[in-house]
Structures are given as C-alpha cells and as structure tokens.
Design a protein around this ligand. Sequence first.
Ligand code: GLA
Length: 397
Amino acid sequence: MRTILSALISLLLLASGMSAQQSPSAHLALTPPMGWNSWNKFACNVSEDLIKGMADAVVKSGMKDAGYVYVNIDDCWQVSRDAAGNIVADPQHFPHGMKAVGDYIHSLGLKFGVYSDAGSKTCAGRPGGLGHEYQDALQYAAWGVDYLKYDWCNTTTQDAKASYANMRAALDASGRPIVLSICEWGTAKPWLWGKDAGGNLWRTTDDITDRFGGREKWPDGSCCSNGVLAILDQQVGLQSYAGPGHWNDPDMLEVGNGGMTDTEYRAHFSLWALLAAPLIAGNDLRSMRPEIHDILTNKEVIAIDQDKLGREGERVAKDGDLEVWSKQLKDGSRAVILLNRGGSDQQMSVKWVDIGYPDKLSATVRDLWQHKDLGTFTGAFSAGVASHGVVMVTVKP
Ligand code: GLA
C-alpha cells in the first residue's frame, strides 16, 4: 500500500514539476519590472503616436540603458468588442492596430504592455475582460504583449484570487510569457495570495497622487488621495511577501510630473528602490528636465532596486519624522535610507545594530546620490538630511 502511495506521490510531483517547467511564465520578473506607463501623466489620452514617441524617448533618454524595458499602455486603448467578442482597439487613436504598436516597441528592443480589468468594465468604463479571459489572452499573445496590468473595477461579487488565477491560466495557455500585474489596490490583501494566483506584482494600495504628504481627502470631500508618505506607511510589514518573480507594488512613479520638489522626487525614487518596487516611470520622457532625467537614471539607486537577492527593504527605526529604512543586498551589505519627513533639515544617524550588524563592525559607506565614498565608519553613520529629503547610502562591512 505504502509503495503504491509513494509511487502515486512521485508521479504527482513529477507532473507538477513538469508543468512548472513548461509554464511560459515561470521565470518572469526575477527582479522588479522597470518601464513606463501612460496613466499618471496622460490618463485616457493615449494614442499610437504618443506611445511610439515615448518608446523612442525611452531609448534616446538613456532610460533603456538604465534598465527600463516595458512600455505600457494603461486604460482607454479599447473601445468595444466585435460580434465575435474580440476586443477592439480605438481605431481613431490606434489606426494601425495594437500589433503595429507592439512591433514598433519590439523593434527598439523594448517590451510591450497593455491594461485591462477583471470586471465587466475598466475603471474608465471601457470593456473589461470578464468572460473573455482566454479570448483576450490569445489576442494579447498575437499582438506580442509582454505585460498585462489587470485592474479591479466593476467586479461586483467576484473572488479576487480566483479571478487573477483565471487570467494567469489564460495567459499561460496562450503560450507567451506575459507578466501579470495585479491591480487590486490592496483591498483583499493580495500579498497573501498574489504569488499563488500567478501574479508577478500586486498593488498594495489605491492610487498614488503626485504629492509628497500623507493620506488626504480629495477637494470634493471624498476619500482619499495618497501622497508618497501615505503609500510608504502602507508598506510597513509587507516586506516578507516580496521576492524574485512576485513583488509588492506601491504604484507607479510620479517623478517628473510637477507636483513635488526635486528633493521630494529623489526621496520617492530612493524609497521605491529600497522597497524593491517595480520602477514604472509615469512622466513625459520626451521633455524631461536634466534633474528628472538624473533621478530616473541613477544607476546606483536602480542597482539597489534590482539587487538579485530580491529582498524588500523595511523601516528599522523611527523617531517622529525621522526614519531609517534598510535593505539587505546579495553581497551581504545594506542599502540604507535616512528619511526626514519633517519641515526642517535634521542631523540623522543609522546605528549598525538597527541594520543587523554588530556595533563594533567597521564598514565603508558610499553615498548613492553624491556618487561618493564617504569613508569607514564603526557602529553608526550620521548625515544632515534636508526636509522631505533622503540620504541614501550603502554600508559594506
Ligand atoms: C485604476 C488604477 C490606476 C489606473 C486607472 C485607469 O484607478 O489603480 O492605476 O490604471 O484605474 O482607469
């Protein structure tokens, strides 16, 4: 009896091992995805010209060299379904169809992303994917889609995990490796099930606003807009759920969209890198100021985000507005952020004991924004930190 049982178990394991090997999505997003998305700057105003122009800019600006690869069209590219139920792209704004857009993006060595929704309609009221999952997945694969952001509007009583697992199965059945970006806003705690459902990243909060501060009511009194700090606070405690292939997503970048100072944008970008967040730029790459370009292409900060160990950083000390965040890196060193949320410049420090090192250890410290080695320190490192700013360093024993 035992032999039959163990033979059965081995067969089952073999079968699941084989299917894992065959799954086209098995090795996607081993580091957090990097790219550009249309929503934060352009909302519903998407078109073939815009997307092609932005893909050109990803290359010309040096963003591609810095690691940005996905060019993602968010909501509003779709207008209807045809008689056979196939999704129809807006013929006015995408006159050559979606495959032509994908081909252009691929010709530049970049990857192509689209957006849909698990419910009957997208958040902007365009046709959603409900009931068309396998049909849509085949269509996306035929267009050469590499990345699908799947939203959660108009889902009524649907179960979130089942809905996203269904879309993952549909994408895999298409035979094309497609990153699945779960955009469920954190409502049903996707960090608990997103990986099992086959998601490569999942939003942990509702939408980001181009503002530094906390959670605030919208001008009409409804709740709520999330500044960078509000989103940051909602990441505390989620770090253990992230890892290669499956990331917490604190939403796309607002760097360069005009609502924050450069100091605040530097903090936003540094914190997202330390959180091992997807780095999806959301500004107009065709007309960036040099300061914004230098933030988005800071290779030393990007290397922290893309570190192969795949750890998400965490808050390790907090004293009012002064916080220390730390991320373990593959070589055993730490990336550390001194964050000053307050209204005046402050002297801050990180203690080695707070980042998992013994007090007596000597370690070299490098500033990732000044691109400068600062020397060898024992037990702690201190620096002046601007109001709403960060100092970001690596600490290497
Ligand atoms: C939701 C998502 C956003 C964006 C819009 C599009 O609000 O959270 O990121 O995709 O829908 O309508």
